[in-house]
Ligand binder design. Structure first.
Ligand SMILES: Cc1ncc(COP(=O)(O)O)c(C=O)c1O
Length: 406
């Protein structure tokens, strides 16, 4: 597999225009947009404007003058076409963990007579930690964690909520959302999806597909910056039935009435809690703008082509068999390469300008953003990996030293 082929695939890429929207260092193959999306070119100037002109110049009047108060919904409106939701079903708020807590408790409490939250062992840890916390907090609530293959059969009359991550953060496996939703709905259960590794990489149609509830990160494929606020989705048809368990003033029907008692806002705004983080919202706003004119079906096709090409080059150059991932038609926009010294090999890759990450015990993760990654990135990552493995140059003490974030 040649560099020429990578370049001709890049030349034919209908989304190639989007790469210019990002500020990426030269000579780097950045394959970690599934952890931290790249910096959009527009972000620094927009943040500077919000800081200097809005905050510095207009001070507190900006809440009205620049509609800061509406940004959680206004910014969410830009996410609507990316995930196939109505803007009235989306909100930018908090972190993914906190959004998940809110929706799980809201779902559980709306399901009178049912007490089980069902998930699977391979779910992202924060999701299961949040569920463990809820089971400890709410009298009668029970958390049931089963193997992925047993999920559908485990849904029964006692299941209040099924909560899963759509694309596995380790293997990249993509769960069958429609099948789980069908089984859950047939049994009268609600579903809460964590779409952190899906939104911005895959084509989603939450509204038409009848998705109940969902959350996701703002800092991965959505390019909102480190620690960007998360997003939550509540289907229109469920909004009247569900109540946020964190009844803060920003979710009140009339926050500036300063009434003595909580009265939830109508619609999605009831899921707000405290004062929105305006600077973080400004950065996420630019992250979402990078999707302007991007057809998500084309983005998913490109994700599939990029990951497929990467697997092909890895197999050819490194002699590593990734058949299980290659034949799997259902995966997200990442590929993992197992290696018993994966941490050290990844550090060596980073030193050579190929940035991915590592997930214990032995997985090197390579994430592909359809907006800015090129086939040439996939090619160079695979060729450099092949060289490191062949020469053994990854086996150096400086690559073995573990840092806090892997
Ligand atoms: C699937 C998934 N959910 C949630 C999170 C993190 O959630 P939070 O935004 O609360 O840190 C991650 C982070 O990598 C993730 O991969």
């Amino acid at each position: 597999v040649t560099l020429d082929r990578a370049r001709s695939l890049d030349a034919a890429d209908p989304l190639a225009f989007a790469r210019d929207r990002f500020s990426l260092p030269d000579g780097l193959a950045y394959l970690d947009g599934n952890s931290l999306g790249a910096l959009p070119r527009a972000t620094p100037a927009h943040i500077a404007d919000v800081v200097e002109r809005q905050w510095g110049g207009d001070l507190i009047t900006s809440w009205n003058q620049h509609s800061w108060i509406d940004w959680p919904q206004q910014v969410a409106a830009k996410l609507a076409p990316i995930v196939g939701a109505d803007s009235s079903e989306l909100l930018i708020a908090d972190s993914t963990s906190v959004c998940l807590f809110k929706l799980l408790v809201a779902g559980l409490q709306a399901q009178t007579g049912r007490r089980v939250i069902l998930t699977e062992t391979g779910n992202f840890p924060t999701d299961n930690y949040v569920m463990q916390g809820i089971a400890g907090l709410l009298p009668g609530a029970e958390l049931r964690i089963v193997a992925r293959g047993d999920l559908i059969d485990a849904i029964d009359d006692d299941t209040a909520v099924v909560s899963l991550t759509h694309v596995d953060y380790r293997s990249g496996e993509r769960l069958d959302m429609a099948a789980v939703d069908r089984a859950a709905h047939a049994a009268g259960a609600l579903t809460v999806w964590d779409l952190s590794h899906s939104a911005g990489a895959l084509s989603l149609d939450l509204h038409s597909d009848g998705c109940d509830l969902a959350v996701g990160c703002g800092y991965k494929y959505l390019n909102g910056g480190p620690g960007a606020p998360a997003w939550l989705y509540v289907a229109e048809r469920l909004q009247a039935r569900l109540t946020s368990p964190i009844s803060g003033w920003m979710g009140h029907a009339d926050p500036f009435a300063f009434a003595g008692d909580y009265r939830p806002a109508d619609g999605i705004r009831k899921f707000l809690t405290g004062t929105p983080s305006i600077l973080a919202l400004a950065a996420l706003d630019c992250g979402l703008d990078t999707f302007a004119g991007v057809d998500m079906a084309a983005a998913e096709s490109k994700a599939k082509a990029l990951t497929g090409f990467f697997v092909e080059v890895i197999e050819n150059c490194c002699g590593i068999d990734l058949t299980s991932q290659h034949v799997r038609s259902r995966h997200g926009s990442q590929i993992v390469v197992p290696h018993s010294h994966g941490y050290a090999v990844m550090q060596a890759l980073i030193a050579r300008g190929v940035i991915g990450d590592f997930r214990a015990p032995d997985l090197m993760r390579f994430g592909f953003s359809p907006l800015y990654n090129r086939f040439e990135d996939a090619w160079s990552a695979a060729v450099i990996l092949a060289d490191l493995l062949e020469t053994g140059s990854w086996d150096d003490p400086r690559f073995h030293a573990r840092r806090a974030v892997t």
